[in-house]
Design a protein around this ligand. Sequence first.
Ligand SMILES: Cc1cc2nc3c(=O)[nH]c(=O)nc-3n(C[C@H](O)[C@H](O)[C@H](O)COP(=O)(O)OP(=O)(O)OC[C@H]3O[C@@H](n4cnc5c(N)ncnc54)[C@H](O)[C@@H]3O)c2cc1C
Length: 289
Amino acid sequence: MKPVDFDYVAPPVLEEAVAVLASAGEDGRVLAGGQSLIPLLNLRLVRPRLLVDLRRLTGLAGVRAAGDGVAIGAMTRQADAETAPLVRERAPLLAAALAHVGHPAIRFRGTVGGSLAHADPLAEVPAAALALDATLTLTGPDGVRRVAAEDFFQGFLATAAAPGEILTEIEIPACAGRGWAFVEFSRRHGDFALAGAAVVLALQDGRLGPASRIVVLGSADRCHRARAAEARLHGEPPTASVLDAAAAVADAGLEPASDVHGSAEYRRHLVRTMTARALGLAAARLAAP
Ligand SMILES: Cc1cc2nc3c(=O)[nH]c(=O)nc-3n(C[C@H](O)[C@H](O)[C@H](O)COP(=O)(O)OP(=O)(O)OC[C@H]3O[C@@H](n4cnc5c(N)ncnc54)[C@H](O)[C@@H]3O)c2cc1C
């Protein structure tokens, strides 16, 4: 199939892009790398009246230091972020997650901001952003606002971005000295995952502190903080029995569906297994960062 007719603009400056997008209200859509939007258009699952292409907004692409953390422009190609030295050094979990996004050809076109804004529940970048306690910057007709990743993902392909708002940057705070890991299971390399886990372990006075996070993907309408599992970590030493106890409840609160790819119980098993693997890797990095 082919898309329904739409108008197309590629403004050279952000202010113009915001203004024209806002003027279209619910009928406007941003086009970034097109790796998710173009299929949706061709299948007529979305029918915007106006596409606002961000490709000329070169100021939205790039990686910079932000304090001891890192800020990544929304139009930064996933492949560029994956290999950026600052990302590898200051947000290695994100670099590891990006390596699982489709195939290199997808990552050369797809953008970091596009993946976040698309909010696919199986996408790796949102899960990494949530685990890393990232903050997203939205620029709209009423100005700029910053939204925690925690509040940004609101459901299946749904975010806190209002019509007319453009995601412009993602900022990841410093996480030096923490253990981290991203693991997932997919049937073939490059496929969307059936399940995955992004884990950050942070010590406070020799015990796992509140900055320790477990985010699982698969089996929910968005990336999901496994709070029952996190609660098993907090205040405890990072021993094998503590990590096992956390992984055993990583699927709490999830209600996976059975489908052609696996039963609900199989998906629960995968979530627990991916979490156990990620916790083990993160703990090893905590011990020898
Ligand atoms: C074969 C194939 C395999 C793939 N495998 C995976 C995978 O394993 N894991 C995975 O996570 N993804 C996968 N993807 C999707 C890929 O990661 C996309 O790049 C990503 O989902 C969207 O990024 P994009 O830049 O292409 O955005 P687009 O497709 O251009 O846009 C996606 C959505 O986000 C909105 N949007 C984009 N940028 C902004 C912005 N700055 N502000 C506001 N709204 C914005 C658009 O309006 C649209 O609704 C795959 C895609 C393909 C085609």
